[in-house]
Design a protein around this ligand. Structure first.
Ligand code: B12
Length: 212
């Protein structure tokens, strides 16, 4: 994602020009561009915000504001994504951002896309402890769990969650997928998950493979 070239929309988000973001999204929709493409451009803008924060150009206030602009944009795009989706009623799964991590913009995009594709999602929210995942698997009997994490310490939480699922004797009953900014195939292997996806579409593809 980091290598994605910024479009005008991505640049406007990176520069925290909220009004321009709204205007450019309306233009893109009027031009018939797909909501998913627009989300991709916004995500690239968030990557740029992350880079500016890392370089010390932006502080926490800017990080927070970028999140608010992104969320506002998603609130506008979500109805368009929902109207575009099929409704084949494909099965249920659990999604959550793991313990110690409060980033949820990406997780919520994944959930929106899953719901558009006919899946029912039990959302554990953010900072979800291993016990919350175990409890939800027990209560719901789902066969697929998705964990999101954006900070590197989330890897340990993912690993602890997989271990807790194993200890509860439930590991054989569920497939586990992970995703979120810094995750990778290496992280997947480290935490003991079954699948790593780089974006929301890959989460839907994996859910189709497991649940449909
Ligand atoms: C916005 C933001 C915030 C907002 C979050 C708002 C919210 N409601 O989510 C706020 C201000 C709260 C925040 C807080 C912090 N943040 Co922050 N944040 C970001 C930022 C700029 C964007 C994240 C984002 O939303 N990206 C856009 C979404 C769409 O992308 P995504 O989450 O990756 O999701 C996509 C895919 O990954 C995938 N996906 C996501 N989940 C899943 C799950 C599955 C199963 C699958 C298959 C796919 C999948 O699908 C999505 C759509 O394609 C990033 C920079 C970056 N490059 O990521 C830093 C970043 C993640 N934050 C960072 C830091 C350091 C922090 C803080 C520690 C700052 C502080 N000093 O307090 C705190 C952490 C608090 C905590 N305990 O969690 C660092 C992490 C560095 C590290 N190595 O750990 C980053 C990378 C910035 C940086 N470059 O330094 N942050």
């Amino acid at each position: 994602m980091g290598a994605t070239k910024l479009t005008g929309l991505g640049e406007a988000l990176a520069a925290l020009r909220e009004d321009d973001v709204g205007r450019l999204i309306r233009q893109a929709i009027d031009a018939g561009r797909s909501p998913l493409e627009i989300v991709g451009e916004l995500s690239a803008g968030m990557d740029a915000v992350g880079a500016l924060y890392k370089q010390g150009e932006y502080y926490l206030a800017e990080l927070v504001f970028s999140g608010e602009i992104f969320k506002g944009a998603m609130d506008g795009l979500k109805p368009l994504m929902e109207s575009g989706g099929g409704r084949e009623s494909s099965g249920r799964l659990i999604m959550g951002t793991v313990k110690g991590d409060v980033h949820d913009l990406g997780k919520n995009i994944v959930i929106t896309l899953l719901e558009c594709s006919g899946f029912q999602v039990i959302d554990l929210g953010v900072d979800a402890a291993p016990g919350a995942f175990v409890g939800a698997i027990r209560d719901s009997g789902v066969a697929l769990v998705g964990m999101s994490g954006l900070i590197t310490t989330a890897f340990e939480s993912m690993k602890a969650t997989v271990a807790a699922i194993e200890q509860a004797g439930l590991r054989e009953t569920v497939k586990i997928m992970i995703g979120g900014g810094p995750t990778s195939q290496e992280v997947r292997a480290y935490v003991g998950a079954d699948f790593h996806g780089p974006d929301a579409t890959s989460a839907v593809d994996f859910a189709r493979r497991i649940l449909v």
